[in-house]
Design a protein around this ligand. Structure first.
Ligand SMILES: Cc1cc2nc3c(=O)[nH]c(=O)nc-3n(C[C@H](O)[C@H](O)[C@H](O)COP(=O)(O)OP(=O)(O)OC[C@H]3O[C@@H](n4cnc5c(N)ncnc54)[C@H](O)[C@@H]3O)c2cc1C
Length: 288
């Protein structure tokens, strides 16, 4: 039988020490809604599991109008989506987090776990990319920051070294901006995104001053469709500008065909969801 040690550190320093001592054998555990399933299936077999839920920095959920949202990596999705500040300032992030599984899953699952699991189809990753969120990483050699779009490197793989953990996301304060996340699944709930798109736009007198579009499930890792977002800057977000951005987003995608959808269908969906999320994000920004 596979032997497993479990530790639940109550400080970041303790967690880093346990992780460093475990080396390749260690694995952080947040909600366990991915990890425990993977361990049962024999996909991952860590000898040391380190519970993230009791570390104060990983439970952060605080908003400042200048610096934005500090979101601890292990904070449960159910608390994030119920938070009035998140609902008001980051509705797209709330939309993405609310899609994860059922009420039971949401009570355990974290946004940090969603991103660290490294799935190209994770729902919160494109929403965070759209918001320009940054991952705060800690390890024995100190701390570093990595943009969310650079964090996942391949399916199931991230920039984290075995002795590092994700502490929190730093999400910029909205400056005349608003976000939106939508995905397509072939049924109403409890399914993995065939395509997911997060958009965030900033408006000044109806002129777009900034735009970011995150794409999920259309490449080996979640993507920032940079050219698509940049194409909107300086423009009024009318149908022509939005259609042009949607076409650029389609060009940024390199989907595969599988049982969930063909590459052609996924490319079509990127166009549809980019248009819809840009329009909704712009409407929200105008209403602010
Ligand atoms: C029924 C069901 C439905 C689901 N539906 C969806 C869905 O609709 N959309 C979706 O995107 N996902 C879905 N998921 C997947 C899963 O629930 C999410 O990915 C969830 O957000 C994972 O978070 P967690 O806290 O449970 O992570 P865990 O399972 O605890 O961890 C996931 C991975 O991240 C690592 N990790 C966790 N925290 C850290 C950290 N702080 N630092 C370093 N590494 C860390 C772990 O070691 C592990 O490899 C579903 C899962 C189930 C079982």
């Amino acid at each position: 039988m596979h032997e497993l040690n479990y530790e639940a550190p109550t400080s970041l320093d303790q967690a880093i020490s346990v992780l460093a001592a475990a080396g390749e054998n260690g694995r952080m555990l947040a909600g366990g809604t991915d990890l425990i399933i993977q361990m049962r299936a024999g996909v991952r077999q860590p000898g040391q599991v380190i519970d993230a839920k009791k570390i104060p920095e990983l439970q952060a959920l605080s908003f400042d109008a200048q610096t934005g949202l500090q979101l601890g990596a292990a904070r449960a999705c159910c608390e994030i989506i119920a938070d009035a500040t998140v609902q008001q300032h980051y509705p797209g992030l709330a939309e993405a987090a609310a899609l994860i599984g059922s009420d039971q899953i949401l009570a355990r699952a974290s946004v940090g776990g969603n991103v660290c699991n490294g799935s190209p189809a994770a729902d919160t990753t494109p929403a965070l990319i759209a918001l320009g969120a940054v991952c705060q990483i800690a390890g024995p050699n100190g701390t570093r920051e990595v943009a969310v779009e650079d964090f996942v490197t391949a399916p199931g793989q991230t920039v984290l070294a075995p002795n590092e953990l994700l502490v929190a996301f730093r999400i910029p304060a909205p400056q005349g901006s608003a976000d939106c996340y939508q995905r397509f699944i072939p049924r109403n709930e409890m399914d993995i995104a065939v395509v997911g798109v997060g958009s965030c736009v900033a408006l000044d007198d109806d002129t777009c001053t900034a735009a970011r579009i995150g794409l999920g499930a259309v490449a080996a890792r979640p993507l920032l469709a940079k050219e698509a977002g940049d194409s909107l800057i300086g423009k009024t977000l009318d149908d022509a500008a939005i259609d042009a951005a949607a076409q650029l987003a389609q060009q940024a995608a390199s989907p595969i065909s599988d049982m969930r959808g063909t590459a052609e269908f996924r490319t079509h969906l990127v166009g549809v969801l980019t248009r819809r999320t840009l329009k909704e994000a712009a409407a929200r920004a105008r209403a602010r």
